[in-house]
Design a protein around this ligand. Structure first.
Ligand code: GDP
Ligand code: MG
Ligand code: K
Length: 295
């Protein structure tokens, strides 16, 4: 490790639609997660990583969903406390249009956090200066330990300031992830997100929540992207459901996913999706690590 190298986790939390994904994409400088007005798209802890010779910043735009036992669905709906635990810097995003929906329970948790906390009042472009000033005051009262910053992620206003503050506050540490290994991660994460979205769309009940999607290979040539993905499930019965009668269900889901992936990369895509049983994947630390949840 170089002397003075900095690295840490910057966790972005906040209600749906306040602009977390938009902000993260600005911070990371690449399109890592799906921007959508549908709240459920990013149930996952999607990481974007910024590497420089002196620094590695690890962003996640949704809370870690694994710590509160299996409450994946709950954490999709709003805040998740588990994101607070492992943050070096917490970005709590709200916006100028979010009405009265202050989650008191969550705020109480944020007050206990020991790392630097920012309240980012996004969509400043939609408010008049006086209104904005009042919101800053209100948030400062609610969370006295936080630095309250109005910004507009969409228009890139105030984002540079946040980046500078993150660089200042990031702890000294060797990098958490191989610096070179992550160059194609945003593309892989995007593919993972699309497949997950299709699973949510095409399978019922608990199936989506027992799945983990891993892109095992992503090979891009001039006119084609070849992708191998694996859907890990916990039981044979779930595997059967995912695959469906004569493979029909999997085929349908994969072809919808492929169409979206082609649209995103504007390239022909050859997508192979396999289903594997990895019993109890949620509890097995080494598997989580290989999925990228933990390092
Ligand atoms: P998330 O659910 O918190 O991840 O929110 P998204 O990043 O998906 O953004 C939700 C919506 O808010 C999208 O339509 C964005 O374009 C929009 N949005 C994000 N940031 C801003 C902003 O600074 N100003 C305005 N006017 N809209 C924004
Ligand atoms: Mg989002
Ligand atoms: K999803």
């Amino acid at each position: 490790m170089k002397a003075g190298h900095k690295s840490g986790f910057v966790n972005i939390v906040g209600n749906p639609n306040v602009g977390k994904s938009t902000l993260m994409n600005k911070l990371v400088g690449d399109k890592v997660s799906i921007i959508t007005s549908k709240a459920q798209t990013t149930r996952h802890r999607i990481m974007g990583i910024v590497n420089t010779p002196e620094m590695q910043i690890v962003y996640s735009d949704t809370p870690g969903v694994l710590k509160p036992q299996y409450k994946l669905q709950d954490s999709m709906l709003g805040f998740s406390r588990s994101a607070l635990g492992d943050a070096d810097i917490l970005l709590y995003v709200t916006d100028t249009v979010e009405s009265g929906e202050k989650n008191e329970e969550f705020l109480a948790e944020v007050r206990k956090v020991e790392c630097p906390v920012f309240v980012l009042i996004n969509k400043a472009d939609l408010s008049d200066p006086a209104g904005l000033e009042q919101m800053v005051k209100d948030w400062q009262e609610r969370l006295p330990q936080a630095e309250v910053v109005p910004l507009s992620a969409l228009h890139g206003v105030g984002v540079q300031y946040i980046m500078d503050r993150i660089r200042e506050l990031l702890p000294e540490s060797p990098p958490y992830f191989e610096k070179d290994a992550f160059t194609d991660r945003p593309a892989r994460f995007f593919v993972t997100e699309i497949i997950r979205e299709k699973i949510l769309l095409y399978y019922q009940k608990e199936i989506p929540y027992s799945c983990e999607v891993v892109v095992e290979s992503f090979k891009e040539s001039d006119d084609l992207i070849r992708i191998n993905a694996v859907i890990y499930v916990e039981r044979d019965s779930q595997k059967g459901i995912i695959i469906g009668h004569k493979g029909a269900a999997l085929k349908k889901m994969a072809s919808k996913a492929r169409a979206d992936i082609e649209r995103f990369f504007e390239k022909k895509v050859f997508l192979e999706v396999f289903v594997k049983v990895e019993s109890d994947w949620r509890n097995r630390e080494n598997i989580l690590r290989s999925f990228g949840y933990r390092q």
